[in-house]
Write a protein that binds this ligand. Structure first.
Ligand SMILES: Nc1ncnc2c1ncn2[C@@H]1O[C@H](COP(=O)(O)OP(=O)(O)OP(=O)(O)O)[C@@H](O)[C@H]1O
Ligand SMILES: [Mg+2]
Length: 265
């Protein structure tokens, strides 16, 4: 694969808000056309990693390339849906306007929104099941509904690489299903998804690859190889419920240790 085909490559990224780094020496390689989960405990630097990739927070050191080029040349190929709590919608904006904001990068700020753009934005709202709310003020939606609208805005952008920070946080089961269906259909179109994800029990179902971090990277690769009990324990320490580990990694029927005769009852 050439660099130009690699959606995102991060090398030696270190980010610090104060004395100690929030992300330390992170390397990351995001494969095209796959869904990758970023997992790790609260405060592990997951959101910081995404923000540093996007240049929203400055990095102390490191390199980020998007499809083989510096971010500045590739911004239009990335869509970003921030962690929900970080967005405060006090000013009055309609849902449809928020989605149409996703179109501005293609349109240029000065071009007028036409009927065609409105119908494109409506299509995106329809995909996330929010078409009926198009004229509602964004501040008057529930958190889960807002989350769907932000996803619709990122769909309107028509990006190649989607960065989502906890797209399923605080949404009900039906919304989670709606969002995962949208993400899977983006993937089917060959787009690349990188999402911070908290629910370890759905990782194997939803994602192809994982990136496990606790300030420094812990493991990276296909779910079958990198999403291991050992890696999770290293990242989460004692913070993982043992019931969850048992559920994720059911103990196989204990095989007799080599060199010892099998015990007979
Ligand atoms: N703007 C900021 N100023 C100072 N410290 C910050 C800032 N944002 C995050 N931090 C700190 O950096 C560390 C990493 O935060 P970050 O938000 O990246 O974690 P996270 O892995 O996304 O956690 P969560 O699962 O809770 O969303 C934390 O210790 C946090 O307190
Ligand atoms: Mg976060």
């Amino acid at each position: 694969m050439t660099d130009a085909q690699l959606p995102l490559q991060v090398r030696g990224l270190t980010v610090s808000y104060g004395a100690s780094p929030a992300v330390f020496s992170a390397d990351m390689r995001v494969e095209p056309g796959a869904m990758t989960a970023i997992i790790g405990p609260n405060g592990a630097g997951k959101s910081t990693l995404l923000k540093a990739v996007l240049g929203i927070v400055p990095a102390l050191s490191g390199q980020v390339t998007v499809y083989g080029k510096p971010l500045d040349k590739q911004r239009s190929r990335i869509a970003y849906v921030p962690q929900r709590a970080s967005v405060d919608w006090d000013f009055p904006t309609r849902v449809i306007d928020v989605v149409q904001m996703g179109l501005y990068r293609q349109l240029g700020l000065l071009r007028r929104i036409t009927g065609r753009h409105r119908s494109l934005a409506m299509d995106c709202l329809d995909q996330v099941g929010m078409a009926d709310f198009a004229d509602r003020q964004i501040g008057q939606l529930s958190g889960g509904q807002q989350q769907r609208v932000f996803l619709a805005r990122s769909l309107a952008q028509g990006a190649d690489l989607y960065l989502l920070d906890e797209p399923f946080a605080g949404v009900d089961a039906a919304t989670e299903k709606a969002i995962i269906d949208v993400l899977k259909s983006l993937k089917d179109e060959g787009r690349t998804i990188l999402a911070v994800h908290h629910d370890l029990s759905t990782v194997p179902d939803y994602f192809d690859r994982v990136y496990i971090i606790n300030k420094s990277p812990v493991a990276e690769g296909p779910v079958a190889e990198a999403f291991t009990q050992d890696a999770l324990q290293r990242a989460y320490g004692g913070r993982l419920a043992s019931g969850l580990l048992d559920q994720l990694f059911p103990v196989a029927e204990a095989a007799p240790a080599p060199g010892f005769p099998a015990r007979t009852a």
